[in-house]
Ligand binder design. Structure first.
Ligand SMILES: [Zn+2]
Length: 462
């Protein structure tokens, strides 16, 4: 833009005359969509959850007078989880769509390496709260929008905090936080005495995620579509590769690097922890990985890859974030206004080999521990100890973090917290499970990862 008067503006200043014209233009196209009847309204889609009613008059979507605040978008209350690469894009898109009431939550502070893509932040903001700085930027730049910032962990908020929103858009970068958020929001769904769901208690999570040139956006209607936990198998486990592969049958350069850092390092250095910021440590891992790769005729071990595997670095690509955030905000707008059909239920974007994108209905998993009430069935040996069973909950398909166990009779078998209860139940750990519970007995497993969801497990002995 070459306008002379724009040159005189300071970075945070806005040419209100121009931007209001521009904003009106951009948002005006959304207004067109919202003010006319549509054959593609939500009620005709596979996930019909509301009926589209065109706005009564053209100006009502973003009118500036107080009497005209009747659009679903201007009334909606949206939570954005994460104010990083996706979060900045999501907040900007919501602002440009005429959404007014938004909360944003993030634990992180701004790092200088964020500045290339997290465009709501400046050099002077380094070290400050992402949530607070992003909110302040949007509130100043887009005065029609009111963003409330929460600097802290999502786990520190009560479930009632989450139930106060119409829709939650999540731009988180880690699986653990997404599992927690999913379980918490699924846990908000209320049932009446007949077992029918209360539709008002269903809050959708629109979950965006990116990894380099790939990304996904999904629409989760708790207990109706598949939830995040239904698809947990699609994510690599916490140790990226099975230990047996790393130890015995390496096939990829990553396996060799993991071998050097996970198995060889502790053997060689016992008490010294590998410091991924120390070039000497990393050089050692790189050289050992290279040796092992030669042994197995595997190409591709480089110092950069070693850094990537050990530090678990996921490259961030600004344009992937922009595409995924746009898809997420589109879903939010469609859900809030019902003007079009929602994604059912998973969109995958692949940009590393050309550009490829497809959507599919990710089915609910029959025995999902979070969004179904199915009891998980497990068969173990008579000699399996309680400690080994807990280990199976961690490493097995449930992928729990620190499980606690109560028997169907209400007897506490093992509790991770509080410390007094942990101490009182610790002696059970070495006992065979068969001495503590009957075969076929249903146990209740709880874990901080899944918040309020209790998983039923029925144990039978071989
Ligand atoms: Zn599920």
């Amino acid at each position: 833009m070459a306008g002379n008067d724009l040159d005189n503006l300071k970075p945070m200043e806005v040419d209100t005359r121009r931007s209001s014209e521009n904003a009106r233009g951009i948002r005006g196209s959304l207004l067109t969509l919202l003010s006319r009847p549509s054959p593609f309204g939500n009620e005709t889609g596979p996930l019909a959850c509301g009926e589209f009613e065109p706005l009564p008059k053209l100006s009502s979507c973003y009118a500036t007078t107080a009497s005209d605040h009747e659009s679903p978008l201007t009334k909606a209350k949206i939570l954005v989880v994460g104010a990083g690469g996706l979060g900045c894009e999501i907040l900007k898109n919501l602002a440009m769509s005429g959404v007014r009431d938004v909360d944003v939550i993030d634990l992180d502070s701004i790092d200088v390496t964020n500045l290339n893509r997290q465009f709501l932040f400046r050099q002077r903001d380094v070290g400050t709260s992402k949530a607070k700085t992003a909110a302040a930027f949007i509130n100043e730049r887009c005065p029609w929008m009111s963003v409330t910032a929460h600097h802290g962990m999502i786990q520190d908020k009560e479930p009632s905090f989450y139930s106060s929103f119409d829709c939650i858009i999540s731009g988180l970068d880690n699986v653990e936080a997404r599992r927690w958020l999913n379980a918490t929001v699924v846990g908000l769904v209320e049932f009446d005495d007949d077992g029918d769901m209360d539709p008002a208690s269903i809050i959708p999570i629109i979950d965006g995620g990116t990894e380099g040139f790939s990304g996904q956006a999904r629409f989760i209607l708790p207990r109706i579509t598949s939830c995040f936990e239904c698809t947990i198998d699609a994510f690599p486990p916490q140790i990226a590769f099975p230990l047996c592969t790393i130890a015995e049958t390496p096939r990829k350069p990553e396996h060799c690097i993991a071998y050097a850092s996970i198995l060889q390092w502790p053997r060689e250095f016992h008490d010294k922890k590998l410091d991924s910021d120390d070039p000497d440590d990393m050089k050692w891992v790189y050289e050992k990985a290279l040796e092992r790769a030669k042994q197995y005729n595997i190409d591709g071990v480089t110092y950069m890859l070693t850094m990537g595997v050990v530090k678990n670095i996921i490259p961030a690509v600004a344009s992937t974030n922009a595409i995924i955030a746009a898809a997420c905000v589109n879903e939010a707008i469609k859900y809030i206004t019902f003007c079009s059909q929602n994604l059912n239920s998973y969109m995958m974007y692949m940009g590393s080999e050309g550009v490829h994108c497809h959507t599919f209905a990710y089915e609910q998993k029959d025995d999902c521990p979070v969004c179904t009430s199915t009891v998980q069935k497990m068969t173990i040996s008579k000699t399996t100890t309680l400690n080994e069973l807990l280990q199976e909950f961690r490493a097995g398909p449930l992928r729990l973090k620190s499980p606690s166990l109560v028997s169907s009779g209400g007897k506490t078998l093992y509790m991770q917290k509080p410390p007094a209860l942990e101490k009182a139940t610790r002696s059970n750990l070495d006992k065979p499970v068969s001495s503590l519970v009957e075969s076929g007995e249903e146990l209740t497993v709880t874990d901080p990862l899944l918040e309020s969801i209790a998983v039923g497990v029925s144990i039978t002995f071989e």
